[in-house]
Design a protein around this ligand. Structure first.
Ligand code: NAD
Ligand code: IPM
Ligand code: MN
Length: 361
C-alpha cells in the first residue's frame, strides 16, 4: 500500500471552522469511498488557542507542518476578540513566507450564469487565474513608527520587491499559461507612480515574456484592471501581480464569481532549486479566499463551496487527477439545484450544502 499523504487541517477562526468541517468530511468520504490514501490531522491554532495559552504558531507546529505533512487546508484566521491580529499574521504568513509558497494561485472563474452579477455577461466571460506574489511586497512588514502617538507621528511600511521574487512568480504565471493552453498573461502594477519597485516588475516581465513567444504578454495598470474586470472580464486570462494588488483584485474577482463563498486558492511553490532554498515535505497551503466572517460566524450560514473547490485544487496538487473536475462539477450541480446558502440567494445551511456535496462525491 502506498504511504498515506498527511493533510493538516487548520480550521482557525469564525466560519473557518464551519467550512473546514465540510472539507474534512469530504476528504474522509473520498478516502473511504474511493480509497484516496489520506491521513488527516487537525491543528489547534487560531484565536481560541492564542487566548488560552498565548501561542500563535509554535516552533513544534511549524516543524510538524513542514516536515511531516504534505499539505495544509486552512479555513480562515481573524477574530474580533484579538484586535491586533499579530497572531493571525504569525500563522498565515508563517505558512506562506515560512514555506516560501511564493505563488498564490487564485482562479477567478464564474461557474454559473446565475452567479454572474454583470448585466449582459455570462459565466463564460469570467475565466481568469490570478497569480499573486505571496512572499514579499508590502506584506513583509518592514518599517516602523517614529514619534508614535504624537501629532508628528511617522509610519512607514516598505514595499520590498526582489528580482528573484518578481521573476519566479512571473515565470510561474507564464508556465501555467503554457501548460493549460491559456493565451494571454497580463502583468498588473502601478509603475506610473511607483517607478523603482514596479520598474523592476516591468523590466522583468518583458524579459521573461520573450521566452514564451506563443503567449501574448500585456501590461495593465492596476486601477485600469479594476475598471476593466467589471466592464469586460473576458479581456483577462492569466494575471500576475504583486502581493497587495493580488489580494485586492481577487476580492473584486470574487464578486464576479458570485461572492467570496465561491473563491478558492492555492499557496504553492513550484519546486525548483533555482527559485527556492526551502526544502519541505509540505507542498502547499490551500484556503478559500474569504476570511473568518465574524458577522455570520457560528450560525451555519457560511457558503462552504469555496472550500470544496479549494479541496479540489489541493487534490490536483497532490497528484489525484480528476478529483478537482468532479468536485467542480458537483459545485455547479449544487448551484443549479438551488442547494445554496444565503449569500447565493438560497436558504440552505452550511451543513446541508456540505452533506449534499458529500453524498454525491
Ligand atoms: P471576510 O471575507 O471574512 O468577510 C467579508 C464579507 O463576506 C462578510 O460580509 C462575510 O459575511 C462575507 N463572507 C465571507 N466568506 C463568506 C462565505 N464563505 N459565505 C458567506 N459569506 C461570506 O472579510 P473581513 O470581514 O474583511 O475579515 C474578517 C476577518 O477575517 C479579519 O480578521 C480578516 O483579517 C480575516 N481574513 C482572513 C483571511 C484568511 O485567513 N486567509 C482572509 C481574509 C480576511
Ligand atoms: C487573504 C487575506 C490576508 C491577505 C489577510 C488576512 C492578511 O486578506 O488571504 O486574502 O491579505 O493576504
Ligand atoms: Mn484578502
Amino acid at each position: 500500500m502506498t504511504n498515506p499523504l498527511r493533510i493538516a487541517l487548520l480550521p482557525g477562526d469564525g466560519i473557518g471552522k464551519e467550512v473546514v468541517a465540510v472539507g474534512k468530511a469530504l476528504l474522509e468520504t473520498l478516502r473511504s469511498r474511493r480509497g484516496l490514501p489520506l491521513e488527516l490531522t487537525t491543528l489547534d491554532l487560531g484565536a481560541d488557542r492564542f487566548l488560552r495559552d498565548g501561542a500563535t504558531f509554535p516552533e513544534a507546529d511549524q516543524r510538524f507542518v513542514r516536515d511531516e505533512c504534505d499539505a495544509v487546508l486552512l479555513g480562515a484566521i481573524g477574530d474580533p476578540r484579538v484586535p491586533s491580529l499579530d497572531y493571525a499574521r504569525d500563522i498565515l504568513f508563517g505558512l506562506r513566507f515560512g514555506l516560501d509558497l511564493y505563488c498564490n494561485v487564485r482562479p477567478v472563474v464564474c461557474l454559473a450564469d446565475s452567479l454572474m452579477p454583470l448585466a449582459g455577461k455570462r459565466a463564460e466571460h469570467c475565466n481568469m487565474v490570478v497569480f499573486r506574489e505571496n512572499t514579499e511586497g508590502i506584506y513583509v512588514n518592514v518599517g516602523g513608527n517614529f514619534k508614535k502617538g504624537t501629532p508628528d507621528e511617522v509610519a512607514i511600511n516598505e514595499d520590498v520587491n526582489t528580482r528573484k521574487g518578481v521573476e519566479r512568480v512571473i515565470r510561474a504565471a507564464f508556465g501555467f499559461a503554457k501548460q493549460h493552453g491559456r493565451k494571454r498573461v497580463h502583468m498588473s502594477d502601478k509603475s506610473n507612480a511607483m517607478s523603482y519597485a514596479h520598474g523592476l516588475w516591468q523590466r522583468t516581465f518583458k524579459e521573461i515574456a520573450v521566452e514564451f513567444p506563443e503567449i501574448e504578454a500585456k501590461h495593465v495598470y492596476v486601477d485600469a484592471l479594476c475598471l476593466q474586470m467589471v466592464r469586460a472580464p473576458e479581456s483577462y486570462d492569466v494575471i500576475v501581480t504583486n502581493n497587495l494588488f493580488g489580494d485586492i483584485v481577487t476580492d473584486l474577482g470574487a464578486a464576479l464569481q458570485g461572492g467570496l463563498g465561491m473563491a478558492s486558492s492555492a499557496n504553492v511553490r513550484p519546486d525548483d532549486a533555482r527559485w527556492t532554498n526551502v526544502r519541505s515535505r509540505c507542498r502547499g497551503m490551500f484556503e478559500p479566499v474569504h476570511g473568518s466572517a465574524p458577522d455570520i460566524a457560528g450560525k451555519d450560514l457560511a457558503n462552504p463551496l469555496a472550500t470544496v473547490l479549494t479541496v479540489g485544487m489541493m487534490l490536483t496538487h497532490l497528484g489525484f487527477e480528476g478529483e478537482e473536475a468532479k468536485l467542480t462539477q458537483l459545485v455547479k450541480d449544487a448551484v443549479a439545484a438551488g442547494m445554496t446558502t444565503r449569500d447565493l440567494g438560497g436558504d440552505k445551511k452550511t451543513s446541508e450544502v456540505g452533506r449534499w456535496i458529500i453524498e454525491r462525491a
